[in-house]
Ligand binder design. Structure first.
Ligand code: B12
Length: 207
């Protein structure tokens, strides 16, 4: 029986050995999903302790590395769930001024496992690069990731640039600050927190 509470606590306390030890016992998709949830809960604790001044930027960096390692362990389980034959090309990136990419990388793995050919434009991605790439590659689906509250402004500017360029693109936005209200304000076609919903939405659009 895997102790997911302990995993969340160890992640929050940045106890690498305990995190690794618990992750080693993940042996099913269900356990992998629960472990991912626990790790994210741990990241929330890290964020809270950072806000309270108990953790510093160095701790955030370390937490990021720990989370990236955890995702690597869980990826084979999570990515194995969605395989299909389609290969629609799409863009994914973290928007301008935001350097967080762990969530984006998870979404990328899930999209690739779902049969998408993902053009990953990286982090801090300006709207102009997205527009140019979408036009040059004939891309019809763009997924934007952002974790900072500030990212919502960049998402809005990006969607405006896509619409102004008259590109026939569907846009899905995701990340912690995203919500139905933010989606409406930004003018995106869809929003999601869960990578599974992202894959389902993009599949619907690709049909
Ligand atoms: C690790 C981390 C960092 C690392 C990031 C390393 C990396 N390679 O990404 C580093 C050290 C670089 C960092 C820097 C900073 N960070 Co930081 N960071 C975090 C932390 C602890 C975890 C983020 C994370 O990876 N979470 C785990 C992933 C898996 O979750 P996720 O990104 O939300 O993704 C999931 C979903 O949102 C969704 N999703 C994600 N993308 C997409 C896209 C689509 C299309 C869809 C559909 C879904 C989707 O799927 C994912 C899986 O479920 C958070 C705290 C937190 N609670 O998240 C703070 C946090 C995000 N950081 C914060 C801050 C303030 C900063 C800094 C400004 C600190 C500083 N003073 O320098 C800088 C900003 C740098 C910049 N310009 O971006 C704040 C943001 C506050 C705000 N509301 O704006 C947070 C919330 C901490 C806090 N509570 O204060 N950070």
């Amino acid at each position: 029986m895997i102790d997911f509470e302990n995993l969340a606590a160890a992640m929050g306390e940045l106890e690498e050995d305990t995190v690794k030890e618990i992750l080693e016992s993940v042996d099913s998709l269900e356990a992998a999903n629960q472990a991912m949830e626990a790790c994210q809960k741990g990241m929330d604790t890290v964020g809270k302790l950072f806000e309270e001044g108990e953790y510093f930027v160095g701790d955030l960096i370390y937490a990021g590395e720990l989370m990236t390692d955890a995702v690597e362990v869980l990826k084979p389980w999570l990515a194995g769930t969605e395989s299909t034959g389609t290969k629609t090309r799409m863009i994914l990136c973290t928007v301008k001024d935001d350097l967080h990419d762990i969530g984006k990388n998870i979404v990328r793995s899930m999209l690739e496992a779902g049969g998408f050919d993902v053009l990953d434009l990286g982090i801090d991605c300006p709207a102009s690069k997205i527009v140019e790439t979408a036009r040059a590659e004939g891309i019809k689906i763009v997924a934007l990731s952002g974790v900072l509250t500030l990212a919502l402004d960049s998402m809005k500017a990006t969607v405006e640039a896509i619409r102004a360029a008259d590109l026939d693109c569907k846009v899905i936005i995701g990340g912690a600050p995203v919500s139905a209200e933010a989606c409406k304000n930004i003018g995106a076609d869809e929003w999601a927190h869960s990578p599974q919903k992202t894959v389902a939405t993009c599949k619907k659009w690709a049909e």
